[in-house]
Design a protein around this ligand. Structure first.
Ligand code: F1P
Length: 338
């Protein structure tokens, strides 16, 4: 069946979360000791494509939990303009890459090492270039993927980054909750696509959800060759909302921090005729056409790996409706080498 590889890789994420969580203590102690040893006063998190958007989520996690100023920067920026970025000897560079062999990310970490900066790799392949070259490596071996597009590799490396810095015991509930929500996400995604004629997908997220909004945008493009955009939630009001029409699906990741502002904007967007979907705590039909209420047990940080699964299903069912095989996205390769 077209898209079967990607579909199975979406479905297996709760099991991957369980195996990553079994390593939680090791991840935290390894990261704590490297932070203590390196004593960075600034952190760059870098990657390409989905891995760059994952870097955006990770930067938000590090800023919140570590209180070390952290920036997400595309790997191409670091290797093309090193003198504009590598100006501080106190910087630590974290390279994010499913394959661990993407040219830009390899080059970015090589330049950081050449400048004498400490480097960390987050990848699915322990024998990859960045895993071997970085001073420290965190590996999500369970999330190796056959499909070109990243699904479980994204959410599992996100969970590893969360475990590096957070210590909320509720995270242990993630696998079971993810297993419980998979069916709901799949059903909602299938209904959204079947019941509507969506031509443009807009994803909105504030704080750590901005990276998820961009990754969701990329999934819509890669898997279903559709127009899609990602924004900081309230930024959508400053101009982009002018393109809202009734062939648009606007999906908002509702945070715990900015809930009221986000729901108010979504109501305004619904008034312009868009189809709206919202995922967060305590959501009802008054908030969106397709509300998905997530258990309070997972706060806005702990439910990040779970929420991205909704966008993956939406892109998958849009691909099915359009007769596109998302296992073989046009123009794309699994590893980009320059
Ligand atoms: C990431 C990437 C993806 C893209 C496609 C090809 O590579 O560029 O972002 O969506 O899957 O690979 P990597 O550096 O994470 O291996």
């Amino acid at each position: 069946m077209p898209g079967e590889i990607t579909y199975k890789e979406i479905l297996r994420q709760p099991d991957i979360f369980k195996s990553v969580l079994a390593k939680a203590r090791d991840i935290k102690s390894k990261f704590d000791s490297l932070v203590e040893k390196v004593r960075a006063d600034e952190i760059f998190v870098t990657g390409c494509g989905s891995s760059y958007y994952l870097a955006q989520v990770i930067a938000s996690l590090f800023n919140h939990f570590l209180r070390i100023p952290t920036r997400a920067i595309p790997s191409s920026e670091l290797f093309l303009y090193p003198d504009d970025y590598f100006t501080n000897s106190g910087t630590m560079v974290v390279g994010v890459s499913r394959s661990g062999d993407t040219t830009e990310t390899v080059k970015a970490l090589e330049m950081a090492k050449n400048k004498g900066l400490p480097t960390v790799a987050l990848t699915c392949y322990e024998d990859s270039t960045i895993a071997k070259k970085a001073d420290y490596a965190f590996i999500s071996e369970e999330a190796k993927e056959e499909s070109v597009v990243m699904t479980g590799s994204f959410s599992s490396m996100l969970l590893i980054a969360y475990l590096m810095v957070a210590d909320d015991s509720n995270i242990i509930k993630l696998p079971e909750l993810a297993k419980a929500y998979v069916e709901k996400f799949e059903d909602i995604a299938r209904r959204i696509i079947q019941d509507n004629s969506i031509k443009t997908f807009v994803y909105l997220g504030s704080g750590p959800y901005y990276g998820l909004a961009n990754e969701s945008m990329l999934k819509a493009k890669e898997m279903s060759i559709s127009n899609s955009e990602g924004y900081h939630t309230l930024e959508f009001r400053h101009g982009p909302k002018s393109i809202v029409d009734n062939n648009m699906l606007v999906t908002a990741f509702i945070s715990d921090t900015a809930t009221d502002y986000e729901l108010k904007l979504l109501k305004e967007i619904k008034g312009y005729g868009a189809v709206t979907c919202a995922i967060g705590i305590d959501l009802t039909d008054e908030h969106a056409d397709y509300p998905i209420a997530i258990s309070k047990e997972l706060d806005q940080w702990a439910r990040l790996p779970l929420c991205i699964m909704l966008s993956q299903f939406i892109a998958y069912y849009n691909a099915v409706k359009k007769g596109i095989n998302c296992d073989r996205p046009q123009h794309l390769d699994q590893v980009v080498k320059l």
